[in-house]
Design a protein around this ligand. Structure first.
Ligand SMILES: [Zn+2]
Length: 322
């Protein structure tokens, strides 16, 4: 793997290494940065592929028999973990909280032609709706400390349910940590985020870990100043939004790690990791490739499971290789 300081903007190489974690699917860091991992997360020996009308094969990604999330919309709940008022980085802030919750709104990402790419995935009972929506959020004041282990995440989600989040096996839960929190299995070293599932409070709960990427902008941000940065170099919110996009796409199309991934173990977003397609320049000089919900965004493309398969910015749009 290349060095951590390799400077590659909008690069196209997809590197996917192997993580030591089990039962999760991680987003690799930017191309040329660190070694990452792969969905070693996929449960071994899952159900045999079953072809049904709702399942279209032959587009560079394969169905392995498990369910997708069909909610219309799929609720996205957030656990704001750590200090989201005045943490050590300027992006550990209420501004970031507001921006991310607005991004996930059913009238923003949740109703975009980007999210519609996800409708090309399904299981034996139906397809993904292509709609998601921000559900509820709670704040967690370091209930598992500042060095969070993989094994602690389920407890964080469980406590969040006690604090008010619904217990919903058809939702996706995001654990978003401030920049002073380390996820000890490799955040900012080998991955930018990951998603997995576990039985929590009696339900099969899908959750993702995503840290404030201002902790490692070189590795996990496409640009240090984003289209919504409140100041130059305060790119954490935009950077997290890119990772959130990646993990929510995957959590919906491969929630139990036994539905959609390719022969290399790459899920739909992995296949377009840190690939953005053509971009435009915002007023502050940053790049963006999407506009919805009243903002510009820079979010990676997603693998469309139709027309032979490829990375695009909108359902039915042109495919781009980087
Ligand atoms: Zn991924």
């Amino acid at each position: 793997m290349k060095s951590f300081q390799a400077k590659i903007r909008f690069a196209s190489v997809l590197l996917f290494g192997v993580l030591s974690m089990n039962f999760l699917a991680a987003q690799s860091m930017r191309p040329g940065v660190g070694g990452d991992t792969s969905p070693d997360g996929h449960l071994p020996g899952g159900a045999a592929p079953v072809r049904q009308p709702a399942v279209v094969q032959g587009n560079g990604i394969n169905y392995h028999g498990g369910p997708v999330l069909q909610g219309n919309p799929v609720p996205i709940h957030i656990i704001w973990y750590g200090n989201w008022t005045n943490g050590p980085k300027a992006s550990d802030s209420a501004v970031t909280v507001s921006l991310i919750e607005a991004f996930l709104a059913s009238t923003a990402l949740g109703n975009s032609s980007y999210e519609a790419i996800n409708t090309t995935y399904g299981d034996n009972t139906g397809n993904v709706s292509g709609h998601l929506g921000f559900g509820q959020a709670v704040f967690d004041n370091y209930s598992a400390g500042t060095k969070v282990r993989d094994a602690a995440l389920a407890g964080i989600v469980s406590r969040a349910m006690t604090a008010g989040l619904p217990n919903d096996p058809n939702a996706v839960y995001l654990i978003l940590t401030s920049s002073d929190v380390n996820e000890t299995s490799g955040f900012c070293r080998t991955y930018c985020g990951f998603h997995t599932h576990a039985t929590i409070n009696g339900s099969d709960i899908k959750y993702a870990f995503i840290g404030n990427v201002d902790k490692c902008p070189t590795g996990c941000e496409a640009q240090s100043t984003g289209p919504n940065s409140p100041a130059a170099g305060v790119g954490g919110a935009d950077g997290m939004i890119n990772v959130i996009t990646h993990e929510t796409e995957e959590a919906i199309t491969d929630p139990d790690l036994n539905a959609w991934f390719d022969a290399s173990g790459n899920e739909d977003a992995d296949k377009c990791n840190f690939k953005f397609g053509p971009t435009q320049i915002a007023g502050n000089g940053s790049h963006f490739n999407q506009t919805f919900g009243g903002h510009n965004w820079l979010i990676q493309m997603e693998w469309e499971n139709s027309r032979g398969g490829g990375c695009d910015q909108t359902l039915g749009g042109p495919f781009f290789t980087n």
